[in-house]
Design a protein around this ligand. Sequence first.
Ligand SMILES: C[S@@+](CC[C@H](N)C(=O)[O-])C[C@H]1O[C@@H](n2cnc3c(N)ncnc32)[C@H](O)[C@@H]1O
Length: 181
Amino acid sequence: MQKAANAGWLMNIVTVFALRYGTMPRRRKYKTNADRQRAYRKRNRQRAWLKSGSSEWETPQELFTDLDGEFHFTIDVAATPENAKCPRFFTRQEDGLKQIWEGTCFCNPPYGPRVGRWIKKARESARRGATVVCLIPARTDTTWWHDFVIPYSEVRFIRGRLRFGNNGNPAPFPSAVVVFR
Ligand SMILES: C[S@@+](CC[C@H](N)C(=O)[O-])C[C@H]1O[C@@H](n2cnc3c(N)ncnc32)[C@H](O)[C@@H]1O
């Protein structure tokens, strides 16, 4: 009896709301404000990844020239013929992740949710004797940063934001050069 009365009340409130606002009340999507903020930050990160419309965040030539002067790269492990930074390179078709990385490798991986796989591969290749220098977004809160970057690499945070490729605008994320050797 009491239950039916409560349900009746609830229906009344919903009806009043719908008449007043012309819509039904929305179900709470997040339990807490912290959950809502976390989801908002995640959406923003994904937007930043996608902002370029592709994963072609081409290394600024000046930065590459500096790094090449120090490391003398033998291969670019993620490239197209148009943006490769070394005469030897792996493309999407060959899949750099499936190849053996030897010598001194430059790795500016395709940006997106799979960056962690490239960083793991860099660490594994360094264990087998390669030197791998990665230019990556400084996503210091990610699992891959904590599992591979912090324990096994030398990190050089880049001051300010890089201007990738022909894009005149600064990147929407901070970057770091990470060296596995
Ligand atoms: C961030 S861009 C870097 C390009 C260039 N190496 C540079 O440093 O300017 C990443 C490149 O990796 C290429 N790529 C995507 N998936 C790949 C894969 N599985 N293996 C090798 N290259 C890949 C993309 O086409 C893109 O050109």
